[in-house]
Design a protein around this ligand. Structure first.
Ligand SMILES: [Zn+2]
Length: 127
């Protein structure tokens, strides 16, 4: 759901950019976006473009419950960005049995039927 806190994240995704929230008070990066810095309680928060690369911290292969919008198994993953924040995402363009913890990945953007773009990750250097 798009809210005032994450609208900047989703509008950047529509432009093919991955952004991370940065606190102007203490310069810390956070994800997911939130209304107040959890470190210094500043509400002066902005967006910073991420390079879009990281590594798989952990993952799970989801088989159920199934929805027609997805191909199964869905590879749900926690990806540590090079900037030091962790995202919940999906891995694409990889066979589920080939996913490894520590695998280098890069962001890609998948359009949705309702006009959004969702950041997903694929093995780095995949065609
Ligand atoms: Zn802060």
């Amino acid at each position: 759901m798009v809210t005032g806190d994450n609208e900047g994240f989703w509008s950047a995704a529509e432009e093919g950019r991955l952004v991370v929230q940065r606190c102007a008070g203490c310069r810390a990066l956070h994800h997911p976006p939130r209304p107040m810095c959890p470190d210094c309680r500043s509400v002066d928060l902005g967006w910073e473009q991420a390079v879009g690369t990281g590594v798989v911290y952990s993952y799970a292969l989801l088989h159920h419950p199934q929805h027609p919008a997805f191909e199964y198994p869905v590879v749900a993953a926690l990806v540590d960005l090079d900037e030091g924040v962790r995202l919940v995402t999906n891995l694409v363009d990889v066979e589920p049995h080939q996913v490894r913890i520590g695998m280098p990945v890069e962001v890609a953007f998948e359009p949705t039927a309702d006009g959004f773009a969702v950041p997903v990750f694929r093995p780095r250097g995949a065609p």
